[in-house]
Design a protein around this ligand. Structure first.
Ligand SMILES: [Zn+2]
Ligand SMILES: [Zn+2]
Length: 182
């Protein structure tokens, strides 16, 4: 997932990558931990422009995963899509103290500029980061998923159960007592 600077033309160049999940350590770990399963490789299209020492990258990433629903625990499939834009700036080995570089680079980072050295830019970590950020915090198989019965565990999307799921009256008694104490 490297872009060779010399391959970028003045009009802009499109790079395409299709990589298996195993290529990305963090994603492979999520699979190993049982957090998800990937249903497709990670596809990336990068539109790259070079302006002097600057390289503008506009990228689209797409893949598909199986996730357990956070309410009913049933696995379901969603596609993850990410769009990102980054500006890379070439940093020559110029003998300037590293601490000085770090200061400049920290403020450049705020503006979304990433420094690179040498003749190529490696996008692997960036692509991985983008995919991780696209995972939903609370994945739902559908917006109105009814979830599981907290008492008998029945999947309420498919089953009915006779459990009384109203809060038990005992809890209200406790509240009443608290009020009396004051
Ligand atoms: Zn669900
Ligand atoms: Zn139940």
């Amino acid at each position: 997932m490297e872009i060779l600077i010399e391959k970028i033309t003045a009009e802009g160049t499109v790079f395409e990558f299709e990589k298996s999940v195993e290529t990305f350590p963090v994603l492979a770990e999520m699979v190993a931990n049982g957090e998800c399963k990937f249903a497709a490789p990670i596809r990336t299209i990068l539109r790259v422009l070079r302006i002097g020492d600057m390289v503008e990258i506009d990228g689209d990433i797409e893949t598909s995963v199986h996730l357990p629903c956070s309410r009913c625990l049933q696995p379901f499939q969603i596609s993850l899509k990410s769009r990102f834009a980054l500006t890379y700036m070439h940093r020559a080995a110029d003998g300037i103290e590293d601490s000085e570089h770090q200061e400049v680079e920290l403020s450049a980072e705020d503006m979304g500029i990433v420094y690179f050295q040498g003749e190529k830019i490696n996008l692997k970590d960036t692509i991985q980061e983008q995919v991780v950020m696209e995972f939903p915090l609370r994945a739902l198989c559908k917006q109105d998923c009814k979830g599981l019965c907290p008492k008998c565990g029945a999947d309420l999307n498919e089953d009915f159960c006779d459990c009384d799921r109203r809060p038990s009256p005992g809890k209200f008694d406790v509240l009443k007592n608290l009020k009396l104490d004051k």
